[in-house]
Ligand binder design. Structure first.
Ligand code: NAP
Length: 456
């Protein structure tokens, strides 16, 4: 039986890794999810065969309730609400790891002191990931509107973390840790997760969620060692390293350090310091002229951003693109790594609308092509096309790689009004001589463009 269990865990681990590999390209990503999901099914079912396992009814009930809720919410969630759903699911993983730690510490039956240390470390990390993810969820869901920032905050957070660590050391040192110490340890760790996340601006949450995702993976791997469960160790390590890489990728694409994301209160207004007021005025264009300009162009590059996701304009934009292509216009999509509110946000939306992958290009692949493009159509994107990131060392987004939409012969920017982007700063692109503003919600504007092109 033991060989069957270990073999199944090995199969589950192979499925996790193959699934993750397939997730690295939009072409195979959907299949990757299915592979990794299969791995999870194998790992879950084989648990029933563990020697000495009991409470089968409770286990089944937990799987039915958890699986049912996940199935229902997964089906219902809107694409724009995906980040908070990831936050809540991911937080549950951290919470589950912390719960395992609590049970093992209460039992106090560790094979070796190392396992006791790992249980405490996993408990601490899992609790922080759990409560922090819940705050991230509340912020993204709009349940918590303001970032709580007060003087001495970092010092208080540090003191609470130090207290949690102190209780952690007590738990590691005790033969049979006391129930009260276990309770205080977890209460402090959970409190730290909440307080650490409260000051972070809502729009930085995707980076924080990715960090908590990495922490959850680490906590699960630690608890896997405690339980002697190979699948947990491998899955946790894979999630931990993937989450770490993703966190780094996002921070790098915004040209910010992780410390700056966690401790600067970016996006809550303070970061707009150093901004220079833009000269000139924004010049408007109507849908008729914009449609004509694009219909008679040779090349159009479309830059989608967060506003396209809000407006759910991707289907209409794709319809518009097909009309342009029928007229012989070459159209490409340019995707910034942090366009929208989560990595791959735009790729997912465009894939959902049916845009073929060979029309979608990453920043490095397409940035040199803007100079030759007749029109750059910027729809709901703002920060990711702001040229001050190249030109103004004082700007909070200075150094962030941007899409060179400003270098196109003509730029058309679709947005509802004069709203700023996530960074809260003015966009120099909107004031350039070659830029025209096409005001309106993304979906409505795309609809008008379709009508106009059809009439040509
Ligand atoms: P953005 O800078 O947030 O700007 C979005 C723009 O969309 C706004 O200026 C808004 O202007 C417009 N908009 C909103 N609703 C719209 C609608 N219904 N129709 C048309 N336009 C609409 O977006 P972005 O250029 O995609 O940049 C993403 C930002 O998020 C970056 O600063 C990035 O660093 C940050 N971020 C991204 C990630 C990630 O993983 N992707 C993670 C963390 C942070 P109006 O109000 O005038 O319409």
């Amino acid at each position: 039986m033991n060989s069957l269990i270990q073999l199944s865990y090995f199969a589950a681990a192979v499925l996790f890794i193959m699934g993750l590999k397939r997730m690295s390209s939009p072409v195979t990503a959907r299949g990757g999810i299915v592979w990794a999901g299969l791995g999870m099914v194998v790992a879950t079912l084989i648990t029933f065969l563990w020697p000495g396992m009991h409470n089968y009814a409770w286990m089944t009930l937990a799987i039915v309730v958890g699986g049912g809720l996940a199935w229902y919410t997964g089906k219902k969630v809107a694409m724009t609400d995906m980040p908070q759903m990831i936050a809540i699911y991911n937080g549950m993983g951290g919470g589950a790891a912390a719960a395992i730690a609590a049970v093992e510490l209460l039992r106090g039956d560790f094979h070796a002191p190392t396992f006791q240390v790992l249980a405490v470390a996993g408990g601490l990390i899992g609790s922080v990931a759990f409560s922090g993810s819940m705050v991230a969820f509340a912020k993204l869901q709009g349940l918590m509107k303001r970032s709580l920032v007060f003087s001495g905050q970092q010092f208080i957070n540090l003191a609470i973390f130090a207290a949690a660590l102190a209780f952690g050391f007590l738990l590691m040192a005790a033969d049979l840790p006391s129930g009260l110490n276990i309770l205080l340890f977890f209460a402090l760790a959970l409190l730290f997760g909440v307080l650490m996340t409260l000051p972070i601006g809502g729009a930085d949450m995707p980076v924080v969620i990715s960090l908590y995702n990495a922490l959850t993976g680490l906590a699960v791997a630690f608890e896997g060692f405690v339980l002697g469960n190979a699948a947990m160790i491998i899955a946790g390590t894979v999630v931990g390293s993937a989450g770490t890489l993703l966190t780094q990728l996002m921070a790098k694409a915004m040209n910010r350090s992780l410390g700056n994301v966690l401790f600067s209160g970016f996006g809550s207004g303070a970061a707009a310091e150093g901004e220079v007021a833009e000269q000139g005025e924004m010049k408007e264009i109507d849908a008729t002229d914009a449609a004509v300009m694009m219909a008679y162009a040779d090349t159009v590059i479309i830059v989608p951003g967060y506003g396209m996701a809000v407006a759910q304009a991707q289907h209409k934009i794709w319809e518009f693109v097909q009309l342009l292509e029928n007229r012989g216009v070459t159209v490409k999509f340019a995707i910034h790594p942090v366009a929208g509110r989560m990595p791959g946000h735009m790729n997912v939306l465009l894939a959902e609308a049916g845009v073929p992958y060979d029309k979608i290009f990453d920043l490095e692949e397409i940035n040199n092509e803007f100079e030759k493009a007749d029109v750059a159509l910027v729809i709901g994107a703002n920060d990711v096309v702001n040229p001050v990131a190249r030109s103004n060392p004082e700007s909070p987004i200075y150094g962030m790689p941007i899409l060179n939409a400003d270098k196109a012969k003509n730029v058309i920017c679709v947005k509802r009004g004069k709203g700023k982007g996530f960074s809260g700063i003015e966009n120099a692109l909107f004031f350039l001589d070659n830029t025209r503003m096409l005001y309106g919600s993304g979906e409505a504007v795309a609809g008008k463009l379709i009508t106009e092109v059809k009439q040509l």
